[in-house]
Design a protein around this ligand. Structure first.
Ligand code: UTP
Length: 421
């Protein structure tokens, strides 16, 4: 009882009176469940994050410089062969694992269900995003005579549906013992006045805490321990929604080994100065990605003496780590950024509101914020037509339509197909 009174006090302090009203309306069991959820929320943290949404981001005190990279298209024959040999050795010997981050909400795409269950309209009958990833890995397995462990990160919200979908589709022919599904953590969503959103189930609406949650979730879920048991030395982490993602690129892996770095990443050149992607740079001597929303206009447009964008290497969620690097960053707290997104909620009259426009803040840590814990990163500049066809928006740029075109074009021009398409 006392504990409940404490929670009411906390709700009052943080001006969450609508939650108190809801508690007063609920039956005993539902009330208990909500109180239990509330007792686990760090209100101080959430309100601090909300207050930060009103502050401008300043880079003034930091020394920002362009970052160096190797262009895959310009590698010498020797470099190419050496990278491929080094990378191949690791994959063939079973020391390579991949992680797919599939815990996002996919609000811009507006697909009901986990993003990986979205079917891209290719070749008439279509392919699910998870299917495309599975094919990419099966192809690598065949080529390197191995079975790469595939870790899939879900959110609490989409986990049951993701598991059911993969089961129903028999993991798209992937070796089931090598598919490991784990779940990431969540944080509450707040509206523009800092009020917690209420979900349909009369609970506080929470959402996954960003793809930066991958590292700690790998450790906390036991997946990192599982990797170590399997003798994994290198871990690739990629998104669920790039239909040209190469999850076992031996050039990237070999380059990382050759350069003796702990982390590596594939980039593509920004399509235009204001493309909505994060870009690589060095900040105070450490690798860093600046998100598009946080990149000052002047920096976005700056060009070097060759007329190339100074900050033009886009981060495409194509990252590689040593197992030690994952271990290290899994223990480091990452900062939270804020994303303004569309989220449905229940209003004070218990009626569901489905917004047409973004209405709420989601707090997310970003996978690339861990880069600054390292002195160096090896960046391999890939090629947009070969490496990057994201499914982000319902229409327009980075939509199913553009991804379909890029995917079909890629497979039309690449005849070395090992898997039937
Ligand atoms: P995005 O940042 O593009 O977000 O995710 P999203 O959730 O897919 O889409 P929007 O912004 O709501 O429209 C990039 C990658 O990171 C994963 C996504 O699943 C995607 O593969 N991600 C994102 C997570 O795994 N967890 C998160 O909390 C956020």
């Amino acid at each position: 009882m006392e504990k409940n009174l404490d929670i009411i006090e906390v709700l009052k302090t943080y001006k969450q009176n609508h939650v108190i009203n809801l508690l007063n309306k609920l039956e005993a069991e539902e009330k208990e469940e909500l109180l239990d959820q509330l007792s686990k929320i760090d209100f101080h943290q959430i309100m601090e994050l909300y207050d930060n949404t009103k502050k401008e981001i300043e880079f003034k005190e930091n020394k920002i410089e362009p970052i160096s990279y190797l262009d895959k298209a310009k590698l010498t024959k020797n470099q190419k062969e050496e990278f491929e040999r080094l990378g191949e050795q690791i994959i063939r010997s079973g020391k390579y694992a991949v992680v797919t981050m599939a815990g996002g909400q996919g609000t811009r795409l507006g697909h009901t269900g986990p993003k990986g269950t979205f079917k891209l309209d290719v070749y008439g009958k279509g392919k699910y995003l998870f299917e495309i990833l599975a094919e990419n890995l099966k192809e690598a397995n065949k080529k390197y005579n191995t079975s790469i462990p595939w870790y899939i990160m879900t959110s609490r919200e989409n986990n049951p549906e993701t598991v059911a979908f993969l089961e129903k589709n028999n993991y798209f022919g992937y070796n089931k013992k090598d598919v490991i599904i784990f779940t990431q953590k969540e944080l509450p969503l707040v509206d523009t006045e800092g009020k917690l959103l209420i979900g349909k189930n009369n609970k506080i609406k929470e959402a996954s805490d960003g793809n930066g949650g991958t590292y700690s979730s790998l450790r906390e879920s036991g997946s990192l321990a599982d990797m170590k048991e399997r003798g994994i030395k290198w871990v690739f982490i990629g998104g669920v929604d790039n239909v040209l993602l190469k999850m076992a690129d031996v050039s990237l892996l070999g380059m990382a080994i050759k350069n003796k770095v702990q982390i590596a990443s594939k980039s593509v050149v920004k399509a235009n100065p204001h493309e909505k992607v994060g870009v690589f740079c060095k900040m105070n001597g450490h690798p860093k990605v600046i998100e598009y929303a946080e990149l000052p206009k002047k920096m976005a447009e700056e060009v070097d003496k060759n007329g190339e964008l100074k900050y033009g290497e886009s981060h495409i969620m194509c990252n590689l780590y040593t197992i030690e690097a994952i271990e290290k960053v899994s223990k480091e707290p990452l900062m939270y950024h804020c994303a303004f997104k569309k989220n449905s909620y229940m209003d004070e009259n218990g009626k569901e509101v489905i917004p047409e426009e973004p209405n709420s803040y989601k707090f997310e840590s970003f996978i690339f914020d861990a880069f600054e814990f390292f002195d160096n990163i090896a960046i391999l500049r890939g090629n947009r037509e070969e490496d990057f066809a994201p499914v982000k928006n319902k229409e327009g740029v980075d939509s199913p339509k553009t991804a379909k075109e890029l995917y079909e074009k890629f497979w039309r021009t690449n005849s070395n197909i090992l898997i039937e398409r």
